[in-house]
Design a protein around this ligand. Sequence first.
Ligand code: ATP
Ligand code: MG
Length: 523
Amino acid sequence: MASPDILPTLADVVRMQARDRAGMIAYEFEGRQTTFAQLDANTDRVANGLAALGLGKGDRIAYIGKNSDVYFELLMGAGKAGVVMTPVNWRLAPPESAFIINDCTAPVLFVGPEFVDLVRKLQGDLPHVRSIFTTEGGAAEWPDYVAWRDAQSSATPATPVGRDDVAIQLYTSGTTGKPKGAMLSHGNLLHMVQAEDRDHPASWNDWSDQDVALLAMPCFHIGGTQWGVNSLCFGARGVVAREFDPGKVLDYFEQSGVSRIFMVPAALQIVVRLPRAAQADYSRLKTIFYGASPIPAALLRECIDTFGCEFVQVYGMTETTGSIVALPPADHLEGGERMRAAGKAMPGVEVMVRDDNGKPLPAGEIGEVATRSGANMVGYWNLPEATAKTVDSDGWLLTGDAGYLDEDGYLFIQDRIKDMIISGGENVYPAEVESAVCDHPDVAETAVIGVPDDKWGESVKAVVVLRPGGQASAEDIIAFTRTRIAGYKTPKSIDFIDALPRNPSGKILRRELRAPYWEGRDR
Ligand code: ATP
Ligand code: MG
């Protein structure tokens, strides 16, 4: 593979691929194929078009749309002009999406066909937006993206852009509060691929240009965007799915020769439980990457049995440009304790578990996970105080997650510190309890929360979704769980519910489940 190691920006990688793999397919979207040569030419025009609109280094553009090849053209085209791409999470309520468009102060907005009406309604509340383009036509009052792009100069953009310049402003998923705009540089986006040891690359992190990467997770989260950038770096074919559609994921596996995919556990659960999943053809599939939230052990075993390919868990966050820790396929083979780990620090990444005073803790002791690497964000946009609280003066970024390292450097994530339940003075991490409850054959999924308790301070409650036809009672589930985990961790009560509230990245919104129990009280 031509090595993208020393290339400082996305633009340099695009140019390298255009030179080395001109006629190969960079992105494929609903039958439309873009070669690397076309990607290079299209992104030059985007950069020139943005400059012609008066945008320069450090200005933002916003994109509200589902996944598409246009998204990557805009990311890389903006990058060539030093302009910062801001994808907007459209699954939020309209005022929340508007918050992001306004917060980033983008004067130019690109709108996918599904959001034309939404933007028409919001327009009066978007004071910064001066120009709007539609990515697939459909609005007489706004120009079409392709027509605009193709009318721009094809000259090589002149703005000098460097590794430390911000390429994307990505909002955190908002599990714990309002999303924050994490500014990620070109170097941040390229870190994961470039830090890999080229002489001894991990096989699962060393793709070739024969690989086909299915992009099925939303690009407004780091998981989707990082996947598309990695695919570009390796010269692989990025097959872009407009959105996560479980049946279509199986179609893509069978018809597009998908070899690598990233899915969050909630998405894996839906795909693996499709009736068709047991018979589908997975012969081209090499590696499933999963992460972004804890995976119940039972679900992971189900996936390994059904898909029969390599599995890699990744752990990371928006602020670390995604994956910084990975659990390789070999650690999935034996099962057992190690399969509960999130993995080991990836090349070029330091991971530390520390106490409240910032002192590193010995193996086995639980503390806050901190990390330092070239993938740590530049900072939060317009939130210097939040940035200072998150990244210390030595460059360690605090994740807000509780965890421990074992003797061999494997990181075990317990859960978010904010979600920890303190019951009778003992710390209980919901993820561990959820995994035990999910082992019950009648349980489809569960979320564990702390509810006020006069005696214990908080007590453990499991909110359970039963599988179709599941009959288990609250007593059955409590008795079953008690055989797997300590008494103080076992739920004292169970609520049954039809579906769990999740955010678009599949994370359980435990604060929504907790709210009715904590009304009028502090937690
Ligand atoms: P916000 O910070 O706005 O509340 P968020 O933390 O959900 O949102 P992300 O950056 O998308 O936003 O998510 C990062 C978090 O996801 C991590 O801090 C961690 O809690 C969780 N996470 C990521 N990977 C894993 C994993 N492999 N296992 C368990 N949890 C994970
Ligand atoms: Mg977070």
